[in-house]
Design a protein around this ligand. Structure first.
Ligand code: UDP
Ligand code: MG
Length: 323
């Protein structure tokens, strides 16, 4: 009898003590009917300060398919997904959040699409009624600017709920940048075919609060631009050229006023405006360059991405199971 394929489900959890158990329950319920595949559940505890890790351990006592990657401190969602991907052994890997905003009910469909030959199954989050008009407008404007500035197209409303075939998992493992954005990396490797898409409406969190506040979201937005493009630096050059042109025009205007119209503008005001304007332009340009130098500073050190313990229960080897 041919060996079943293994599907790994990687779940990133940071302070999700009241969600991990419910998620496991719903996963078990929804995956019962899925044939011809075995599962492993890789819970990544991203340095939680609550009882997330203990909850995962007690789930593992009941189900040896549960593996736990315990990060030694909070490394952030992107690194948590990377750690999960590094430890996942599956022929396909599904990534999902722990808060039930990525409903397990879609997983059988993802697997079916993979079994039909798709190597990547993405999801698209549809707006639910609660999404405000202002939020939609801001999101649309952000993605417009992002995709204008970035060399890699980054999809809108593409949550980190997706399936990747082992081929792409190994491919992504080759990217070792510290500062990483899965969505961007994925757009970089995205093939033209064998990609399927599932639309879904994300429910509210089951329990707890979102870890993303406005400042974190803004940082993520800026990072998405900086990581995939050097266009802002070019923008700095254009800004410099533009202000040089403005200074030239102002000079010509003052010259004409002084020598031909005999009506000189009082010096103080124009000098102050010019100095402040040019000062601001220079600071902006320095800031942009500084952002990139900061990134280089972090990347050149090539520090390990994370520190982790891997906890699994001694299970019967999968080969033995098939004898
Ligand atoms: N998460 C994580 N590390 C962090 C922040 C978040 O592993 O530093 C996990 C979190 O537990 C959740 C997922 O990433 O499973 C998405 O986070 P959250 O629900 O807070 O984001 P939102 O859905 O509000 O965008
Ligand atoms: Mg969430």
């Amino acid at each position: 009898m041919p060996k079943n394929k293994l599907v790994s489900i990687v779940i990133s959890a940071y302070n999700e003590q009241d969600n991990v158990g419910e998620l496991y329950k719903q996963l078990k319920e929804n995956l019962k009917a899925t044939k011809d595949v075995d599962f492993e559940f890789v819970y990544v505890d991203d340095g939680s300060s609550d009882k997330t890790y203990e909850k995962c351990l007690s789930l593992q006592k009941k189900d040896e398919r549960i593996k736990i990657v315990q990060l030694k401190r909070n490394f952030g969602h992107e690194i948590a997904m990377t750690a999960g991907m590094d430890y996942a052994k599956g022929d396909a890997v599904i990534f999902m959040d722990a808060d039930l905003q990525h409903p397990p009910v879609y997983i059988p469909q993802m697997i079916e699409m993979w079994q039909q030959g798709n190597e990547i199954v993405l999801t698209k989050r549809l707006d639910n009624k609660a999404t405000s008009g202002l939020y939609k407008f801001c999101a649309k404007t952000f993605y417009f600017i992002l995709n204008k500035l970035s060399d890699t197209k980054i999809m809108e409303s593409a949550p980190d709920f997706r399936l990747l075939d082992r081929k792409y998992v190994d491919f992504l493992k080759g990217f070792n940048e510290q500062d990483r954005l899965f969505r961007g990396l994925l757009s970089w490797v995205l093939p033209k075919d064998r990609v399927a898409m599932i639309d879904f409406v994300a429910p509210e969190r089951f329990s707890g609060e979102s870890k993303y506040n406005f400042a974190k979201s803004l940082q993520l937005a800026l990072n998405s631009i900086l990581q995939f493009s050097v266009k802002p630096m070019r923008l700095a050059t254009y800004l410099g050229l533009l202000s040089a042109l403005a200074a030239l025009l102002l000079g010509a205007f003052v010259f004409v006023e002084h020598f031909f119209l005999h009506n000189p503008t009082p010096g103080y005001a124009t000098i102050m405006v010019t100095v402040v304007f040019l000062g601001a332009v220079q600071l902006i340009c320095l800031g942009i360059i500084g952002e990139y130098i900061g990134k280089i500073h972090i990347e050149v050190k090539k520090r390990p991405l994370y520190m982790a313990d891997y906890v699994e229960r001694k299970e019967k080897s999968r080969d033995k199971k098939d004898i």
